[in-house]
Write a protein that binds this ligand. Structure first.
Ligand code: APR
Ligand code: ZN
Length: 221
């Protein structure tokens, strides 16, 4: 993969098209029979001889120059995705993550249902507890361990969860997260709470500070 020019990468996934159809290239919107409308840098050196190519698996056709321009705008990992049908050519490198070299800390919170106390919205009334045990992830880095220590302080002060109405389920009198965001989905991000997330540790430190928990307190615990 290394050492291949963008044009060479793109051409691996293309068949030559001698007589382009009377259709527009959907990258530049110019006819396939005319030159590429793409004027950006890096494509002037692309061969003019074979101006149109057909992607080998899906058959969609584009100007070679347009595909090279598109490839150059991406992460250039040797793979190519058809902009029309999303077929992927080649092997995609996993996206670089924020903490690729760290092991992962898993926090498991478990809270049983119970009866609300005087600090809860409806004292004496039962509360439910859904989705427990809840699993959460942090990078096992110095900063991640610092956040862990502060989360333990927050837990001791009963600031991680509260009882109220879940904005996700609409259920009232139930245990809900309390303004300190946790990453509860490992390796994907369908919920918006996926791990890893580059900004997460700074966000949590900010949220903990808003709850009155500072970095000095983490040292004392
Ligand atoms: N993971 C982490 N945080 C979440 C999640 C989640 N899956 N869902 C909501 N939050 C955050 C919200 O962004 C908000 O800031 O928790 C806060 C309170 O949201 P609610 O929906 O009221 O919280 P809760 O009902 O506790 O969470 C619903 O989270 O862990 C899961 O099993 C749990 O599916 C349930 C979901
Ligand atoms: Zn084009």
């Amino acid at each position: 993969r290394k050492g291949k020019t963008p044009e060479e990468v793109v051409k691996r996934y293309l068949q030559k098209v001698r007589n382009p159809p009377e259709e527009d290239c959907t990258i530049c919107m110019e006819p396939l029979g005319s030159p590429s409308g793409y004027k950006g840098p890096g494509v002037n050196s692309v061969s003019r001889g074979e101006s149109v190519g057909r992607l080998v698996t899906c058959g969609h056709q584009y100007h070679l120059q347009c595909l090279v321009a598109m490839y150059n705008n991406g992460n250039k990992d040797g793979s190519l995705q058809c902009p029309t049908c999303k077929t992927i050519y080649g092997v995609r490198e996993p996206l670089a993550t924020s903490h690729p070299d760290y092991r992962t800390i898993r926090i498991i919170y478990n809270i049983p249902p119970g009866i609300q106390g005087p600090e809860h919205p409806n004292p004496g009334k039962p509360f439910t507890a859904r989705g427990f045990p809840r699993h959460c992830y942090l990078p096992d880095s110095e900063k991640g361990r610092k956040v862990l220590r502060l989360l333990l302080v927050a837990w001791d002060r009963r600031l991680i969860f509260s009882v109220g109405t879940s904005s996700t389920t609409g259920e009232s009198d139930t245990v809900i997260w309390n303004e300190v965001h946790h990453k509860t989905e490992f390796g994907s991000n369908l919920t918006g709470h996926g791990y890893p997330d580059p900004g997460h540790l700074d966000n949590v430190l900010e949220e903990l500070r808003a709850q009155g928990i500072t970095e000095e307190e983490g040292l004392q615990r």
